[in-house]
Ligand binder design. Structure first.
Ligand code: SER
Length: 839
């Protein structure tokens, strides 16, 4: 059976048992902040298990795209070194939501494996949770007790992550040893006996405090490693030998001109397995909207890519190569997961650009690594940090290379450096008291500044220049929006509020100077004009984000933002510079929303209700409470979870103008924009700039003229020297005649030149200069004083000019003429002597 047939027969089998076939969820769990990547088929049903969501079916089956590179389930270290772990894999699954339970789950698993796929039942083993007699007894129907094993939590109690649905499980293992002696090898981590299917009996929710809370109903969640079952059915000892991976490996062989022998210790084979695995993760993750970056999920992808690129180098590649494997994935999986086909170009560009940017430092990093590893058994934390910070080596890459050379890495010291760096950048960002510097207080303040800009409040806490009140209209920096400033009046004395900070439930106003008072009351007022500018910029940021999605694609995600009074800054992941037309369209779209007076609706709803609405933007890594604020500007256009302050109608924004677009890191771009009255100031400053520029241009022009003048007199002087020398070298007993063709001299310069030469040679000479300027012929004739009566220059030149279809004249010693028949210029030269004879 091909892998394609195997996948289909799994789905068909459960369809025949009344299961609804559903699609794989994206590999990026957009609505679940507890997960970096989808790591199991059940993720998309978490809400059903917890009793907070429903589906219109009670049984489901699918193949789910999974990534296991972080958190509770992390297989990265094994990948490539062994033959059956992957960073990306498909998980075939069937589910019961409060419907069937252990009995049917086990019965159907057995039926599919032994009847439909006809695996040798003598090679199957089952494991159960140590106290799960129920499952144990069910297995006794199919297996001798020697092939039913009890294990503890580590192997037979399945949990999705630190929190979430969980329960005891029963796994099915396949014994590939020739003599079927694999019983003792179950769960021993060897490829001879591997787990192929995990049947989880979900009955608890693990709470953040570690407690297990029984669920209202019991559920079934099964997961079968697709690549493993294909290896078993196709009778291959390695997943990489199946038709899932071989096309990739063959392509790598072809590109590298090296051979895959499948060996566990063969360096080339390991490298090929790693690359074949990693390109799958990158392709599927990027197709679902993730991008390599320096944080969170994006950094995991960057690590994977760099790991792959490093192994490619071991295969002799010095150029990007991983992206060349993407077409093979599209060919083999594009119909099952159309998102990879639809995003082919984007994925390819991103992978290639990332490979390119890493290769630029890889070579130097490896040289540095060689240097650092001389005479030592260990790479210090400082050196690992240097490799990270300067050469882009993720820690796990350093560890990998170190392992290959039998070196250890001081990861604890490395983490210390990382923390220091984070603190440094935080300090440089804030340069003001950090939360930990604030005093402890039980004071509880409430922010009322969404609707109130000035108010009286009760003082709860005072120390030095810090003051906490029960309510405050001052916003504290959060979600990119900067803190409000303004004034605070106590006992009739006014203080400037220069910044805001939060610690616990207390909101601190930071004043320009210390305050000491017995008063219990303060009057607070924010700088309203400044706040209005902030609100315009914040609402404009939401509009800009939507417009970016519309024009550049749905992969655009906010990677950071600053909402300040004078401008807004929006960082986002994108692989290339947007064209100026694209930027213009982005601006136009945002402005059309502004000009159309869209009402801004703000509503508080339950987080889990918000999570179900795919239109609502929310950011991974942001912590949201149970209730969240949804800011809507036209429900069909922009909906976003946001705690910031906003205008009440988009018209208040006035207008949005993008003032710069740049790259701030590989794959991360930054737009800066302004709104409202800032645009007016911007235009005035452009006007001033323009006036200043005009003055500058005039000054430059006159300087230029001056320099040009100097240059041409230098040139004329040089030429006059050359020409008079030429005349003096003419060996003739009679007249000395010099005819000279010149380019790129103006008629005035030519006249000046001829006169200077005439004065230098003094006597017995006739000089004819012929200048060709684009489509005109200029003639200048100069005659020394002793000859000017017999050979008047004016007459000579006008005779010469006739030959080129022109006329001219002038004084007997110096005269000019012009003509247009450039092709006859040579005739002047050959006929000039004849002309002289006429006189
Ligand atoms: N959730 C279980 C697993 O991931 C079974 O699907 O192994």
């Amino acid at each position: 059976m091909t892998s394609r047939d195997i996948r289909q027969s799994f789905l068909d089998f459960f369809k025949s048992k009344d299961h609804t076939v559903v699609s794989s969820a994206p590999v990026i769990p957009h609505g679940d902040p507890t997960l970096l990547f989808t790591n199991a088929g059940m993720n998309q049903f978490k809400d059903v298990f917890l009793g907070i969501g429903t589906r219109d079916y009670k049984r489901a089956t699918d193949t789910q795209k999974c990534i296991r590179v972080s958190g509770k389930h992390n297989d990265l270290e094994e990948v490539g070194v062994d033959t059956y772990h992957h960073t990306f894999f498909e998980m075939l699954g069937n589910w019961s939501f409060g419907d069937y339970y252990k009995n049917e789950a086990i019965e159907w698993a057995w039926e599919l494996l032994t009847k439909v796929w006809q695996l040798d039942s003598n090679r199957l083993h089952a494991t159960v949770y140590r106290t799960d007699d129920e499952a144990y007894n069910m297995w006794k129907k199919y297996l001798p007790e020697s092939r039913i094993h009890r294990f503890d939590e580590k192997d037979n109690f399945w949990e999705m992550g630190e929190t979430g649905p969980c329960g005891p499980c029963s796994e099915i293992h396949f014994d590939r040893t020739p003599d079927m002696s694999g019983g003792p090898l179950v769960n021993a981590g060897v490829p001879d006996v591997i787990e192929i299917w995990n049947l989880v009996f979900i009955q608890y929710n693990r709470k953040p405090n570690g407690e297990l809370e029984p669920l209202a109903s019991t559920h079934v969640d099964t997961g079968m490693g697709f690549e493993r079952i294909c290896a078993v059915i196709q009778n291959k000892s390695s997943n990489y030998d199946t038709d899932i991976f071989m096309p990739l490996i063959n392509k790598i062989e072809e590109l590298s001109r090296r051979t895959y022998n499948g060996g566990l210790d063969d360096k080339d084979s390991i490298a090929m397995r790693v690359i074949a695995d990693h390109i799958r993760t990158l392709t599927f993750a990027i197709a679902d909207g993730a991008l390599p970056s320096n944080e969170g999920r994006g950094y995991v992808l960057r690590r994977i890519l760099r790991r792959g690129a490093r192994f490619a180098r071991n295969l002799g590649f010095n150029e990007p190569m991983m992206y060349k494997l993407i077409p093979i994935l599209i060919k083999n999986f594009g119909d099952i997961f159309p998102e990879i086909k639809n995003n082919y170009e984007v994925i390819t560009k991103i992978v290639k650009a990332e490979e390119e940017s890493f290769l630029q430092t890889l070579e130097r990093g490896l040289l540095k690594f060689d240097e650092l590893s001389i005479n030592t058994h260990s790479i210090s934390g400082a050196d690992a940090f240097l490799l990270y910070d300067t050469f882009g080596f993720p820690l796990d890459l350093t560890q990998l290379i170190a392992r290959e050379r039998n070196l250890s890495v001081d990861t604890i010291e490395f983490e210390k450096y990382m923390t220091e760096q984070k603190n440094r950048s935080r300090l440089s960002r804030k340069n003001q008291s950090m939360e930990s510097d604030l005093p402890d207080t039980d004071a509880h303040s409430y922010f009322v500044g969404y609707t109130t800009y000035q108010t009286q409040a009760n003082i709860l806490f005072i120390k030095d220049n810090l003051i906490v009140t029960d309510i405050t209209p001052f916003y504290t920096e959060s979600g990119g929006q900067v803190s409000d400033t303004g004034k605070l009046v106590v006992d009739g004395i006014s203080y400037d509020v220069i910044d805001m900070k939060k610690k616990g439930n207390a909101i601190f106003h930071i004043l320009d100077r210390d305050i000491d008072t017995k008063s219990k009351i303060a009057y607070l007022e924010i700088d309203i004009n400044r706040r209005k500018r902030i609100m315009r910029n914040h609402s404009a940021t939401h509009l800009l984000h939507e417009a970016l999605n519309e024009v550049l694609g749905s992969h655009i995600k906010q990677a950071g933002s600053l909402v300040a009074p004078d401008y807004l800054r929006f960082d986002f992941n994108h692989f290339e510079k947007p064209s100026s037309e694209q930027l213009k369209t982005i601006e136009d779209i945002a402005n059309s929303k502004i000009f159309n007076n869209v009402k801004v609706d703000i509503e508080e709803i339950e987080l889990n209700v918000a999570q179900k609405n795919p239109k609502i933007k929310m950011f991974f890594g942001d912590k949201y409470g149970e209730r969240v604020r949804v800011v809507t500007m036209d429900p069909k256009y922009s909906m976003e979870l946001c705690g910031g302050t906003h205008v009440s109608d988009t018209a208040e924004i006035g207008m949005l103008k993008i003032i710069s677009e740049s790259s701030i890191a590989a794959g991360v771009r930054r737009i800066e924009a302004i709104t409202g009255d800032n645009i007016v100031n911007y235009i005035s400053s452009l006007n001033n700039d323009l006036t200043n520029k005009q003055i500058e241009v005039e000054q430059l022009n006159s300087k230029l003229k001056h320099i040009e003048g100097e240059l041409s007199s230098i040139k004329i002087n040089n030429l006059s020297d050359q020409l008079s020398t030429k005349i003096s070298e003419i060996k003739s007993s009679g007249l000395k005649i010099l005819i000279e063709k010149l380019n790129n001299l103006s008629i005035d310069d030519m006249r000046e030149l001829a006169d200077i030469v005439r004065n230098k040679v003094i006597s017995n000479s006739i000089i004819l200069l012929i200048g060709i300027n684009s489509d005109k012929v200029h003639l200048v004739c100069a005659v020394t004083d002793d000859l000017k009566v017999k050979y008047p220059a004016g007459k000579l030149v006008s005779r010469a000019a006739e030959i080129v279809g022109g006329k001219g004249g002038g004084k007997p010693h110096l005269a000019t003429a012009g003509g247009k028949d450039i092709e006859n210029v040579d005739a002047i030269v050959s006929n000039f002597e004849k002309i002289l004879q006429e006189f």
